[in-house]
Structure formats: C-alpha cells, structure tokens
Write a protein that binds this ligand. Sequence first.
Ligand code: GLY
Length: 302
Amino acid sequence: GLRQGWEILSSGGTPMDAVELCANVIEVDPDDSSVGYGGLPNALGVVQLDASCMDGRTYAAGGVASLEGIKTPASIARLVMEHTDHVLMVGPGAQQLALDFGYGLEDLMTERSRQSWLRWRERLSETDDYGPPEHLAGRRSGDGLGGLLEGPEDFHYGTTNVLAVAANGDISGITTTSGLSWKVPGRVGDSPIIGAGLYVDNSVGAAGATGRGEDVIKSCASYFIVMRMREGRTPQEACEDAIDMIVDRYRAIGNDFVPGEKFVAINKAGEFGCSSMPSGRNARMTVRHGGGLEIYEGSTRG
Ligand code: GLY
C-alpha cells in the first residue's frame, strides 16, 4: 500500500488519494483480519466496519460506523466527506450512501474469519448448545466437556492508520478498522470519530490511534497529539504525551488497568513518531519517505 501511495504522492497526486489507496490495499486483503474484508466480526458473526478520513487542505472530514457489506469503508468515509454536508454516518444510512455511489454488497467474512468466530462462540460457555463435537459428546456422556479447541480466540482491536504529508505540506489521514473482535453488535470504537481515532491539521500535522477505542474516545487522543505538536512537541514526544496522559488518568483513580493503545503522528516537516502502551503489542510503524521504506521503532511506555 505504501509503495502505491508513494507513487501517487511522488507523481504530484494529493495526500488524500494516497492515503485512500493505501487503506484500500489492506481493506480488500483477505489475509488481514483487522480491517475490511476478512476483518473479525461482531458477536453475531456480522462484520461491522468503522473508518474516518480528514483532508487538511480543506479542513473536511468524514466517517462511517457499523458499516456492513462494503469492503472499503475508508472510501465510504471519503464519500461522506466529499458528497454530503455531514461528518459521520452509521449503519444502514452509510451503506445506502455506498450503494447510491455504485458499491455492491459483499459477504465480508472469509473462511478464516468465519472459523475464528465459530471457535470464539464455541468457547463462550460450557453449558450452551454450541460447541465442537467433542464438547457435546462429552456432555452427553457426562464425563466433562473435553475437546475444546486449542488456544483462545483472543479479542483484538486491530486497526490501520495511514497518514501522508505531500511535498507542498498538505496533509491527509485515514483510519480504518473492523473494530473490536466479537464486539457487542452496534459498538463503535474510536476509528470513525474525528479527534479520537484520527485528526489532521494542515498547519501542524496528523495523528492516528489503534488499540482500545474506548480510551481513545475518552481522551480525544488524536486531537490531543496534534495540539501537542502545535505547542512545539515533536511527533514522537506528542505520541508519548498521549500515552502518559491516559495512563496517568487511570493511575489517578487508583485503577491498575493499563489500556492497550498505540499512537502514530507526522508533522508538516515530514517528521514522524510512534508510541505504544506495553499491551499495545509493539510501537512500530512503517514509513515511506524520500529515503525509502523504513520500519520505525518508537517507544513503549506506561
Ligand atoms: N481502535 C479500534 C477500536 O477500538 O475499534
């Protein structure tokens, strides 16, 4: 995706076109289980996608939440931004907008995501009637449950942020996700919320979030990061400020829960940064710049 996005930028295209194409590449990839097609579904086995975009040149933004049946929610967020006077559309209304613009409905479950969901459901309870054959056979024979599949089907919040700054300083961003796996139907995370999962200020820079969306919404994290950069912090420092702010809030109420979030940011000069909480898995981001493709290691704190 970055290679294709870079081609757009280096041939004079807009950062908005570049980030949309990057996002689409991963959204349609059946092997990625965190966004778009093949993204892990909600508790009912329905894939509900969230995405947002923001164009620094125009101070325009769009988002879609709980969108079903369309592989590329980033592009539908862009439709909201460019073809309505609204910022956020949800569920059937967002889907209708996509249909109006010629998108077709598709089954977003792959065989892999369906099997993951089925295994998660089998493990929900040892007393319900769902389960692998061993589970039911074990119960019938009264000798315990046995036969549960190996390894828990962990929930996760996988998300993709794509941020771009063009040579002329214009900045755009997209955040796209299938959200929390096995979520309560209708749950919306931070990704479609401007200021939470994404924020762009053409005079400063852009930031995006992955991880536990509930904390990102409460902290307006992407907006916070961009405002820190406005005050002079580097992208790396601003991402770390956001991690510290959220962890401090939990510590202040005596809660030993440490959420799992990761933040990425770029500024108008093309500097970038990334920071993660320990449970946010890794503080790594992939960057394409004039020097080539780079895997950047940020910081882990919290
Ligand atoms: N950050 C993705 C989500 O919470 O849905």
